[in-house]
Design a protein around this ligand. Structure first.
Ligand code: ADP
Ligand code: MG
Length: 470
């Protein structure tokens, strides 16, 4: 029987990590990370997973699912045994990277737990040699992991925990056969955990085939009405894309996720917004991996005001600090609507959920709002006025330094160069992200050009570097 948990009903006393059978090392790490209480999905699923049961868990993006399975697989791990004991399958490299990062943070009390990310888009050979050196945990996409299994570079004999993360999205992306292949290479005696944001039909099939007497935990969506303010604006078909600019100009959110139903609509909207001088970017499957990374980095460090995406492209991304979500197109599915607007108004922040609709779409809006138990607030675009007519600009600009992890650049080196020789204050420097080949640093808009020049004429880590503003 599925257990349904409502976040508001979460019992405060039962949500302390210290109540769980976790190792002292893990408890210390959680304290250091300031994970004080469990999130509702963690509170509901950890007692089940730590008792060794299989699990199907459904909860929206951002609810803390990673730690919910990470703590279980780390508990099952023997660091002294140099063999792959846990594997996490993810739909995309970005998500695999996010999972790897969270695992590394949580695993830091135990020494030398080796975690490898195995995804397509990187060359096989370095992955094969890393595997040959031994790893405790692998995180990766089903296709690439299958490749390794077929080449015998990955041995799963010692595996005790298998996780399907973002299972719904993996199915959307057509990974069923790859997942089935990989799973058949795992020992039958194991713990299998399935995490998903939604629960489409395919999930039940996957669970029936690969999980054993799974317990189910489903977290009901629950948005505090006063945290997400929903407003609906009627538009004519021809003015829909222009209307997005009007909303942005009026509300002036720092970060907005704009949802379209199709890739073409994303491209069209991007063009309109960019023509209005708005810092907008889009995420879609046509981008190369490096371009995708750059888009996400710029959005996360506040140098892109609007990220335009389809539901598929945006799912699972761990993006915080969203002031607004704009539903450019109406989704026919109330569950998707709830997911979209749940991206804003997180963690005690208020958020705007602004939706455009044409008259024939009105009944859909009524049906959706009825389902989520709210009264739609109809608003008129014509009443929007802006006191501030300057184009909406992001507060930060990203500088790309050509040189990254391969050149042993660290965030501190860049911060040092900007606050040292270049003479800027810490407040003028935002997020610094180091990737293999490049380093991205956000700086306030007013100093962007000068900072790029100073960085390229000065030195980072004793070396001259090439820098450009994105
Ligand atoms: P999901 O996989 O459900 O989308 P994540 O696992 O990515 O969510 O978690 C979202 C964010 O919440 C991450 O930044 C993570 O570090 C943070 N987080 C997870 N659990 C806790 C907790 N118990 N307390 C505080 N922060 C947490
Ligand atoms: Mg996740």
């Amino acid at each position: 029987m599925p257990q349904t948990v409502s976040p508001s009903a979460a019992d405060a006393d039962r949500s302390l990590f210290s109540e769980l059978p976790l190792s002292p090392g893990l408890l210390t790490t959680l304290q250091q990370l300031q994970y004080r209480t469990m999130t509702p999905i963690q509170a509901a699923s950890l007692p089940i997973t730590l008792a060794g049961h299989d699990l199907i868990a459904q909860a929206k993006t951002g609810s803390g699912k990673t730690a919910a399975f990470a703590l279980a697989l780390l508990t099952n791990l023997n660091p002294r045994r140099f063999a792959v004991q846990a594997m996490v399958l993810c739909p995309t490299r970005e998500l695999a990277d996010q999972v790897t990062q969270e695992l590394r943070r949580l695993a830091r009390s135990a020494d030398n737990i080796k975690i490898l990310t195995l995804c397509g888009g990187s060359t096989m050979r370095p992955q094969m040699s890393s595997l040959a050196h031994g790893a405790h945990i692998v995180v990766g996409t089903p296709g690439r992991i299958m490749d390794h299994l077929q080449r015998n570079s990955l041995n799963l004999e010692a595996l005790n925990t298998l996780v399907f993360d973002e299972a719904d999205r993996m199915l959307d992306m057509g990974f069923y056969d790859d997942i089935a292949y990989v799973t058949r290479c795992c020992p039958p005696k194991r713990q299998t955990l399935l995490f998903s944001a939604t629960y489409p039909n395919g999930i039940a099939g996957l669970a029936r085939q690969f999980l054993r007497n799974p317990q189910e935990v489903k977290l009901l969506e629950h948005h505090e009405g006063n945290k997400i303010r929903q407003r609906f604006y009627e538009v004519a078909h021809e003015t829909r894309l222009q209307a997005v600019g009007q909303l942005l100009q009026h509300y002036r959110p720092v970060s907005t996720l704009a949802f379209c139903n199709t890739k073409q609509q994303c491209r069209d909207l991007l063009e309109v917004l960019q023509a209005q001088g708005i810092n907008a970017l889009t995420l879609n499957g046509d981008l190369e991996q490096r371009e995708r990374d750059q888009v996400l980095i710029q959005f996360a460090n506040r140098s892109c005001s609007v990220l335009v995406a389809t539901d598929v492209a945006a799912r699972g991304l761990d993006i915080t600090q969203l002031e607004a979500v704009i539903n450019v197109d109406v989704t026919p599915d109330p569950e998707i609507y709830i997911h979209r607007i749940g991206r804003t108004g997180r963690a005690d922040e208020n958020g705007w959920a602004l939706s455009l609709y044409s008259l024939p779409e009105m009944p859909r809006i009524v049906a959706i709002t009825k389902m989520i138990g709210s009264e739609p607030e109809w608003h008129d675009l014509a009443t929007l006025q802006s006191d501030d007519n300057t184009p909406l600009a992001s507060p930060m600009v990203t500088l790309q330094i050509l040189g990254g992890r391969k050149e042993k650049i660290r965030p501190g080196d860049v911060l040092g160069a900007l606050t040292g020789e270049a003479g800027y204050t810490r407040e003028q420097v935002g997020k610094i992200t180091v990737t293999d080949q490049s380093t991205y640093v956000a700086v306030t808009r007013d100093i962007a050009h000068e900072a790029a020049r100073k960085l390229s004429t000065g030195k980072v880590k004793g070396k001259t570097v090439r820098v450009r503003a994105l």
